[in-house]
Design a protein around this ligand. Structure first.
Ligand SMILES: [Zn+2]
Length: 300
């Protein structure tokens, strides 16, 4: 048995995962509110309590946590946890989790990985990319998460930061929360889309807005969203030549969004890439991060 944890800003989700032959399977899920303070002490307590509730006497072979931040190359510390107190920034997160688990009598090797990367790993072990060695995942929600697997391995780069597909430069100079500008996320994510919709007196909820397609004002907003995401997909395809591109996150539930992204992305692609473009909507959704977290191996 393994345990995978998805540490979100508002919800902490943990899953007990077994292996049934080749495929991992979620046996049990534990959801709790992320402690309001988001302090290291309270979050470590919450992670250890969730582990204790899930384990029920099972021996835990591995414990992985999907972390909302950019990690350093050795996968022990976060370079930056944007929505968490600064005390996280120089913390040995692996060590802190292990200590919290040991205090509850749980002895397991702990690994951490960026949450968008966990999402990609999960699609690879239990989702659309089972058996596929080259693929890219995007989660379209509040921001745009991205994870890249090439030749069966997660792409992490020289400093641990590779795969930031939500920060591909698409156009214009809208400042991005990351400190750059003109990034995909500023136009394609739900936050940017809602802001443009509200300015036109349209619903800020993405699914409601999507249902209004055909209305010229709604189309004007949605075309910008789809165009920015399509430019991102085309850029990533040209750079990495993935076999499939997987779209997840809350916005992916809008009916027909996969087809819309496919037709606009194809316009930007060079001829050999056009006919190979394969965009799929995630079926396992947010469970991907849990499967992925459980598959993270401790690296140092
Ligand atoms: Zn950015």
């Amino acid at each position: 048995m393994k345990i995978g944890v998805d540490l979100g800003g508002h919800t902490l989700t943990a899953a007990l995962i077994s292996r049934d032959g080749q495929k991992p399977r979620i046996e049990k899920i534990d959801k709790s509110d992320t402690p309001r303070s988001r302090s290291v002490k309270e979050i470590m307590e919450a992670i250890a309590s969730a582990a204790e509730r899930l384990r029920e006497g099972h021996k835990i072979a591995a414990f992985g946590v999907a972390v909302p931040g950019m990690l350093n190359a050795d996968r022990r510390r976060a370079l930056r946890m944007p929505n968490f107190p600064v005390e996280w920034d120089d913390l040995d997160i692996v060590d802190a989790i292990e200590t919290a688990l040991v205090s509850r009598g749980i002895h397991a090797p702990v690994g951490i990985e960026n949450d968008a990367n966990c999402y990609a790993l999960g699609e690879g072990s239990a989702g659309e990319a089972v058996g596929i060695s080259d693929f890219v995942t995007f989660t379209m929600g509040t921001g745009i998460g991205c994870g890249i697997v090439t030749r069966g391995r997660l792409l992490t780069g020289a400093h641990g930061m590779a795969g930031e597909g939500g920060h591909v430069v698409v156009r214009g100079g809208v400042p991005c929360g990351c400190g750059g500008k003109g990034h995909s996320e500023t136009l394609a994510a739900a936050d940017g889309t809602s802001a443009r919709a509200l300015a036109k007196g349209l619903p800020e909820d993405f699914e409601k807005l999507w249902e209004m397609r055909g209305d010229p004002a709604a189309d004007e907003v949605l075309d910008v969203t789809i165009d920015a995401m399509a430019r991102t997909i085309a850029t990533v395809c040209h750079l990495l030549d993935p076999e499939i591109v997987i779209i997840g996150g809350g916005m992916s539930r809008a009916e027909g969004i996969g087809d819309a992204l496919k037709s606009v992305s194809a316009e930007y692609l060079s001829r050999p890439f056009k006919k190979l473009l394969d965009i799929r909507i995630s079926r396992i959704g947010s469970e991907a991060a849990l499967y992925g977290a459980a598959s993270v191996e401790r690296t140092a």
